[in-house]
Design a protein around this ligand. Structure first.
Ligand code: HEC
Ligand code: HEC
Length: 319
């Protein structure tokens, strides 16, 4: 080490004494011990693979992870009181949350707490899970300190093992689509030809196949109720047995049809994106945004208060 660097270290100490925080004092890299350098060095999203869940758990931790997985794949059977329709978490988070471009859950744990612009706040992973319970499953929020929530979080943490804090995995979220507009009349014809044999003519689902609209479907507050978001999911993942067979325009057309149909309401949705900007395809009114092609809504049968996840309180704007 050069003597100049020793001087820099000495200066840092003086700054700390003067009340300057570690964050403010821009530390030269050479002063950071190698062991504390960004853990992501040497980590590669291309080679990383989520670990497999042991189906014969040997200890309490593995048992919790295994229960968490079971809750994600059998949500409506296991948590009947918290699910509004006939969907499970893995109806959208395909292959146990491992499928790229289907809003994968692998790696998610390394990215929370996170700022969500829809909430206008930094939210913990439990809140993110509860957004999907209340909106995507049109159900009720699960108490964060419940056994079930902690099992779900244990599963999310397990399938994120090895992903450094703050890093991103391949195929995260759902790819942004080119800016097109769907035609719901063309979409209806595409639905009959490509989707109805599994999701049923009335869109209500059949057997293990979940609903696309109606009382058993996701609520208007779900990302899937937005035309562009639904088009992306469909373009990359549906029809289930022939993913990728629809063009971008066809995916938009069928998404336009599905999102135009009646679905459960989502209480509190008017408070979304409090800081803006609101994406164009949001189908309900919020501050500064006029609903894009709003569908007809069904009142929530569950306790409306249980369908709202409270945003962590702001220190700037007392609520
Ligand atoms: C109707 C489809 C649907 C269902 C059902 C659903 N989700 Fe989601 N989920 C989504 C979409 C879409 C996103 C947003 C992905 C993005 O940000 O691009 C999401 C995001 C998430 C995230 C955050 C992912 C990230 O990358 O930050 C978590 C965690 C999550 N869901 C968990 C769950 C759990 C647990 C359940 C069941 C209780 C569930 N979801 C049910 C569609 C769904
Ligand atoms: C071969 C049967 C099949 C076909 C055909 C099919 N799907 Fe699906 N779809 C499924 C299954 C099964 C799931 C749930 C995945 C799971 O549980 O693993 C699903 C899930 C979905 C979801 C997310 C969950 C929900 O219910 O909202 C959407 C959206 C969707 N399909 C749209 C479509 C569209 C649009 C078409 C036609 C272009 C289509 N699907 C064709 C079987 C099918």
């Amino acid at each position: 080490m050069h003597s100049g660097q020793w001087i820099a270290v000495g200066l840092l100490g003086a700054l700390a004494l003067a009340g300057c925080s570690v964050q403010e004092a821009n530390r030269p890299d050479s002063v950071v011990p190698a062991s504390q350098k960004t853990a992501s060095r040497g980590w590669s999203a291309d080679s990383w693979q989520a670990p497999m869940v042991d189906s014969t758990p040997d200890d309490q931790y593995e048992a919790s992870v295994y229960r968490g997985l079971a809750l994600l794949t059998h949500t409506q059977d296991s948590l009947r009181a918290y699910v509004g329709g006939n969907l499970n978490c893995t109806s959208c988070h395909l292959e146990e949350g491992r499928r790229a471009n289907a809003a994968p859950l692998v790696g998610v744990f390394a990215r929370y707490p996170r700022y969500m612009d829809r909430s206008g706040a930094v939210v913990p992973v439990e809140d993110r899970v509860n957004y999907c319970f209340t909106r995507s499953l049109a159900g009720s929020k699960l108490p964060p300190d419940s056994r079930e929530m902690q099992d779900i979080v244990a599963y999310l943490a397990f399938i994120s093992q090895g992903v450094p804090n703050g890093e991103h995995v391949r195929g995260e979220g759902m790819p942004k689509m080119p800016a097109l507009v769907g035609d719901s009349a063309r979409g209806q014809a595409l639905f009959v030809d490509n989707c109805a044999r599994c999701h049923a003519n009335n869109g209500g689902g059949m057997g293990p196949v979940p609903a696309l609209w109606g009382a058993k479907s996701f609520s208007i507050g779900a990302s899937m109720a937005r035309q562009e978001r639904a088009a992306s999911f469909i373009r990359h993942n549906m029809p289930f047995d022939r993913p990728g067979s629809l063009s971008n325009q066809q995916a938009y057309d069928v998404a336009a049809y599905i999102t135009s149909m009646t679905r459960p309401d989502s209480p509190g949705k008017e408070n979304d994106w409090p800081e803006g900007p609101v994406p164009n395809d949001v189908p309900y009114n919020t501050k500064g945004h006029k609903a894009f092609r709003p569908p007809r809504l069904l009142p929530r049968t569950t306790n409306a208060a249980a369908a709202i996840v409270n945003v962590p309180a702001s220190v700037l704007r007392p609520q």
